[in-house]
Ligand binder design. Structure first.
Ligand SMILES: *Cc1c(COP(=O)(O)O)cnc(C)c1O
Length: 521
């Protein structure tokens, strides 16, 4: 195996030299953590994992002018080399099955294995969206039963199941709102969004053709009700409010906000990504909300991260239900289930704004979410929300003497604890603390969000962390907070124990080098 490494590493030189590693190895491996070069650097074009028949190169091409002129440039590896390459890379990764993943707002909870087992049952796994309806009654039954649970838990009128992520659900909800306003001939142009909102909220409103305006927060970290009321008027189509909000606080004025918005002729969108904190305890429908997405991949434990797959059903009030997208599942009098598609539009759903997806949504996520719900039961869901909130408050109170907790005095938090960088030594930032957390064996928390807190650190333990696990995290955080305050220089170059030391992230994001080229010579 060719051991030349494009990153410039040569045998005999330490790999993570940034911390002046004391015991370099000639291979670059650190005990059983193996250093791994790029696939192009370890492979060579004459090696194959399978025996291919000899192909003469002088056959007349059938590709016309598209015939390849040069070498194809693929890496060549045997099967064991390939397996080891990817296994070694995978060991440098971090996941929820490995340890605590305190990313605030993301709800990285354990994905129960029972969910996975059910999702892999052949009847669910092999189902195809174009199968005849009488052969997929069980799958439609799952969608229908999950819809029933979501409607019941939220106290809403109906649910659009097809959106495939939180942001997609936001778009679905805002398009329902736009359709409702258009149906009454009311061309409103502005959507109000709190300063602390997730970036997807204003992006969704802008994508749907609205201009957005900030609603200020009060000193407690909640929406300033008076400022909101003062801004309401005939040009405001909707407000988009996250509840619990991204400062980890419950918006206690939600009902008053909804009433004021409705009185001014607008509609209320609630970002329900944080429903994990309140499921089984608060019904958004009782708070006057018109549309709210639920991230099944957060609240109901379906796996996510790394870009998918998500699922973002949107619950709707009576005012918005007629505008919901197709398709949806409907139960006939004889108990059979059918899918209402576009062809039934006139008959069934004349006001629908259209559709969000080609088919019915994320079946695999529906199956997992329903399994989670049924295995918890109503009381178990309520308990999960309570435990998530308890865990976050434990972290808040265990860290607030060493880390600035801007809303620590606003009362208990919900399912996430928020800190800022006030008090760090000159030149030390949240980023440094987060990098130190990697050395301590934790995935960093959400950083620099929400924007309303300087150097924000948003920590969400979820209900699935044990007390022992949380205590270890608290110990690491206390030590790192102290080092950031004391100005411990070693923190500025952390991580020191990761396979790669501190990266130039701005460069990697702005000018990524995504193609490999043959080294010169
Ligand atoms: C996660 C999240 C979203 C977006 O959800 P995606 O599924 O990632 O598109 C929106 N708002 C809040 C508050 C979130 O936490």
């Amino acid at each position: 195996m060719n051991q030349i490494n494009q990153s410039g590493w040569k045998p005999g030189t330490p790999v993570a030299s940034i911390d002046g590693e004391k015991h370099p190895t000639v291979t670059g491996n650190k005990a059983l953590m193996l250093e791994e070069a790029l696939i192009f650097e370890i492979g060579d074009a004459d090696t194959y994992g399978v025996d291919l028949p000899y192909t003469p190169t002088d056959l007349p091409g059938r590709m016309g002018k598209f015939t390849r002129k040069g070498e194809i440039g693929l890496p060549g590896l045997s099967e064991p080399q390939t397996v080891r390459h990817y296994t070694r890379l995978s060991r440098q990764n971090y996941g929820i099955d490995l340890g605590f993943f305190p990313l605030g707002s993301c709800t990285m909870k354990h994905n129960p294995r029972l969910n996975e087992k059910v999702a892999r049952m052949p009847g669910f796994l092999d189902v195809h969206p174009m199968q005849p309806i009488d052969t997929v009654q069980g799958a439609l039954g799952v969608i229908d039963e999950l819809a029933h649970w979501l409607i019941t838990l939220t106290g809403m009128q109906s649910v659009a199941m097809s959106p495939k992520a939180g942001a997609h659900g936001e778009l679905c909800g805002i398009l329902c709102i736009r359709a409702a306003l258009e149906a009454r001939g009311d061309a409103r142009k502005v959507v109000l969004v709190p300063e602390s909102a997730h970036g997807t909220n204003p992006a969704t409103a802008a994508f749907a053709g609205y201009s957005t305006e900030d609603i200020p927060a009060n000193k407690d970290g909640r929406v300033d009700l008076d400022a909101l009321k003062a801004r309401l008027g005939p040009d405001v189509a909707a407000v988009m409010i996250t509840n619990p909000n991204t400062c980890g606080l419950f918006e206690r004025d939600m009902k008053a906000i909804s009433d004021a918005v409705h009185e001014a002729g607008g509609l209320v969108y609630c970002d329900g990504a944080n429903f994990n904190a309140i499921m089984g305890r608060v019904r958004p429908g009782d708070l006057g909300i018109d549309a709210m997405h639920i991230n099944l991949h957060k609240t109901f434990s379906t796996p996510h991260g790394g870009g998918g797959p998500g699922s973002g059903p949107v619950v709707l009030s009576e005012a918005l239900a007629p505008f919901a997208p197709l398709p949806f599942v409907e139960k006939a009098k004889d108990g059979s289930l059918r899918l209402i598609e576009e062809e039934n539009m006139e008959e069934h759903h004349a006001s629908t704004f259209g559709r969000m997806t080609a088919f019915n949504g994320q079946m695999g996520m529906f199956t997992r979410a329903l399994t989670y719900i049924l295995s918890h039961g109503a009381d178990g869901l309520r308990q999960a929300a309570g435990d998530a909130v308890l865990n976050a408050n434990y972290i808040l109170r265990q860290l607030e003497d060493v880390l600035h907790a801007p809303f620590g005095a606003s009362g208990p938090c919900m399912h996430e604890a928020l800190f800022g960088d006030a008090g760090f030594a000159e030149g030390f930032s949240t980023l440094d603390l987060a990098k130190g957390l990697i050395d301590e064996g934790f995935h960093p928390m959400t950083m620099y969000f929400p924007l309303v807190v300087h150097g924000a650190m948003l920590i969400e333990p979820t209900e699935t962390e044990s007390k022992a696990g949380i205590d270890q995290f608290i110990m690491a955080m206390r030590s790192l907070a102290q080092r950031a305050k004391d100005g411990d220089e070693a923190l500025l170059t952390a991580p020191h124990h990761a396979p790669r030391a501190r990266l130039d992230e701005a460069h990697a994001a702005r000018k990524p080098r995504l193609a490999w080229s043959e080294p010169e010579g």
